[in-house]
Each structure stands twice: as C-alpha cells, then as structure tokens.
Design a protein around this ligand. Structure first.
Ligand code: PLP
Length: 408
C-alpha cells in the first residue's frame, strides 16, 4: 500500500467516523454566496463589484480611535465596557437611536422597545427563531436580500415572493400574498439590496394599510436608510403602523466590523425578544456599544453622513457614466438615489451567470442576481460601486464591457 493509498484510507475513515448528524433544520439552510464572494474578491489582481462592503476609505479611523481612548479615560466606564452587560444593550446608545427615530423618521418610539444586536443579520435569525415554524408562510421582496433569506431559511418557511419594482412591491401581488395569512413580510423600502429600488411615498402608505389590516408582521430592514444621497427619502412604514419590526445598523455608515445593529420591536414582542437574545448571545457586544456611544457623543452624525452620502453619490455617478460609455445599449440598469448598488439586466432570455463567469476570467467579480430571487431573475446582475476605488471602478467597467462583448 502506497503512502497515498494509506492516506486516502485514513482520510476516508476519519470522514466516516466523524460524519456529522446535523439537525434536519440544516437541510433547509440556503447558501448565501456572500462570504465566498468576499473570499474570491480578495484574490490577487481581482476587482470586486460583487459584495455589499462599504468603502473602507470612508471609515473614520481617527474618530473611532478617539472614542476608544476616551472610553479608557474613565476607569469605571472602561471596566463596565469590558464587563457583561444587559440584554437590551446600553441605555445611552438606545436613547440616541430612539431620539433619531423620532426626529428624522417620524417613528414615535422609546428606548424600551429597542434591542442592540450584533448586526442586523442576527436580528433576522432571532426573528426566524421567534416566529417561524417549518412551512409557515413568509412573504419577501422578489428579488430580496439574500443574507436575510439565508437566516430565515434555517427555520423552514415557505417563501412567497412579491415582485419588487422601481417604486416598491407590486401591491396586487402583496395583497394576494397577505390573503394567505403569512406570519411575516420581509422588505427593504430604502435603496434595496440587491436592486437599489426604493418605495415611492404612495407605496409606503399602501403597504402600511395592507399590513395594518392583516395579521402579518412586517420586518422593515432599514440598513441603507441613512444613505439616501440627498437625505432620507421617506418615512418608514413603521411610522404609519405598529405591526412592524424595524431593523437598523451602523454597518453601512460607520463600521460593519463593529457588528452594531438594532431592532425596534412592538410592545407584545419585548418579553420574548428578551428571552431569545439572552439564549443566543446574552447581549450584543458591550465594548462596541460603548465605543459607538462615545463616537456619537463626540461627532455630529448629520455632518458625518453628509460626507458619506456625497461620496457614494459621486461614485454611483462615476460607475453609471462608465456603464453608459462602455456597455452596449441592449443592457439596462437603474439610477439609484441612495445605497450602494446598480441593478444590471442583460437582454430577456439570456443567462447573466455567463457574464459572471466571463467577468471572473478577466478578474472582475460581480454578483449574479438569480440567487436573490424566489422566481426568475436569470438575466440580472448586482453591481456594487461603493467598495472599489475610482481607478478600480474605471478598470472594472472596461473588464465588464470586454467580458460582455460577443457573449450572447
Ligand atoms: C439589506 C441588508 N440588511 C442587512 C444586512 C446585514 O447588515 P449587518 O452588518 O447589520 O448585519 C445587510 C448587509 O449587507 C444588508 O445589505
């Protein structure tokens, strides 16, 4: 027996002996591709338009350093920041979020309804845990945010897709879907991931009416709400009806690495959320909460946001102009008014996965749109203009054009 043979037998034996008896629940767990694409994006020479990463050049490293140093200037405060905390999170930060909700979003909420969570991604898992039994109906934008769908998928809902248009969900389809009495409706009204589409103001009212006359709880994901290029584009659905869990995050504006999100829950959910957060993580990262709170004390969030918004507006225009100059007219895309994404459509009947593969050979990674869909979406691609620098955007647009050339 050669060394290679013995290694193979040994390896197979180990695999057999360790074959994992995972729960039935994991059979339903979707693959999100997100972390895989982040890994591919880091390969030498690769340009990435693929992920949802914000522009790291915009992180206020000095400001965060000052906030951390300030925290350590008061030894009692520093010790508390390094200690276990309370389930809902630290009160000063929750109060700041509540005040901003009241002032900027017309959402009349107190800190009592706010839970700090380790990123809004974890909110989706907690909500799945609290609400979804296998086979329960769950309505979602179609396309919808893949990371959230992955989190819910672990609990085995039956997804019901409602077409997401440039002005929000198709109201007829949503009405029909709600007649099936689903437990949850997950949607992103502002600068949606993946499409960049946003609800019109009429659509906000229409959705609020539909939700308030149903038994369905809406999960309103506001991850990009602060990234409207000319400011917030409209009040959340939560400002018009209470049947909503509103999730938010500092990831897209300050730092995703700090894992700082929150959820605002209806009164009747507070007790159950307490139990579920405690059983999952005890509480969100106390250190990050304290640094974030110091940071928001020391800096004016509005002027900080003005700068970020301006920069993303500039970068979106840069990419839009390049697409216009480099791509043939049979391709279509939208002009976003906030957020980080452009939604590209190859001609009807073509498979955009081929463009993804062709681009990869040219060292450009883009995100195929199909995995975001419940139905269809074969001819779609999501482009992120936030992560890359200007030169990479310019070179990437050229690679995209040459990857497309002669493909269909
Ligand atoms: C729409 C949307 N919601 C939520 C998240 C998760 O964000 P967080 O970092 O707060 O977990 C993302 C991340 O890309 C997102 O695009």
């Amino acid at each position: 027996m050669s060394a290679a043979d013995s290694k193979e037998i040994f390896f197979n034996t180990i695999v057999y002996a360790n074959s994992m008896r995972f729960s039935k629940r994991t059979d339903d767990l979707m693959d999100s591709f997100i972390m895989k694409l982040i890994a591919v994006s880091k390969e030498e020479g690769m340009i990435s338009f693929a992920t949802g990463l914000p522009d790291k050049r915009l992180f206020d490293t000095e400001g965060i350093a000052r906030a951390s140093a300030d925290l350590f200037e008061d030894i009692d405060r520093a010790r508390d920041a390094l200690q276990y905390g309370t389930i809902k999170g630290i009160t000063p930060l929750r109060k700041k979020i509540a005040a901003r909700c009241r002032k900027e979003m017309c959402v009349n909420v107190s800190e009592e309804n706010i839970f700090m969570i380790n990123g809004s991604q974890e909110c989706f898992d907690l909500i799945g845990k609290m609400f979804i039994d296998r086979g329960d109906g769950m309505v979602t934008d179609d396309p919808g945010y893949l990371g959230a769908l992955q989190a819910y998928s672990l609990y085995g809902p039956e997804f019901i897709g409602v077409k997401m248009n440039e002005t929000g969900p198709d109201a007829g389809e949503l009405r029909k879907a709600l007649q099936r009495d689903p437990k949850l409706y997950y949607s992103i009204p502002n600068h949606q991931n993946p499409s960049g589409f946003s609800y019109s103001s009429d659509k906000r009212k229409e959705v609020a009416e539909l939700i308030s006359s149903s038994n369905t709880i809406m999960i309103e994901d506001d991850a990009y709400g602060e990234l409207g290029y000319d400011g917030r584009i409209g009040p959340p659905v939560r400002s018009m009806t209470d049947n909503v869990i509103l999730t938010g995050s500092y990831s897209k504006i300050i730092s995703p690495g700090m894992r700082m999100g929150w959820m605002i829950v209806p009164d009747e959910m507070i007790e159950m959320t307490m139990k579920c957060v405690e059983s999952s993580s005890l509480h969100a990262n106390t250190f990050s909460q304290n640094v974030m709170d110091r940071y928001l004390e020391q800096n004016d969030l509005d002027s900080y946001l003005r700068n970020i918004r301006k920069e993303y507006k500039r970068k979106s225009k840069l990419m839009l102009d390049l697409l216009h100059d480099n791509l043939p007219s049979e391709l279509e895309w939208n002009t976003p008014n906030g957020g980080m994404f452009i939604w590209l459509r190859t001609p009807e009947g073509t498979d955009a996965m081929r463009l993804y593969e062709s681009a990869l050979k040219k060292k450009l990674v883009v995100m195929p749109g199909r995995p975001f869909h419940i139905n269809g979406g074969v001819n779609t691609i999501r482009l992120n203009f936030a992560t890359a620098g200007d030169e990479e955007i310019k070179e990437g647009a050229k690679r995209l054009a040459s990857a497309y050339n002669g493909l269909f």
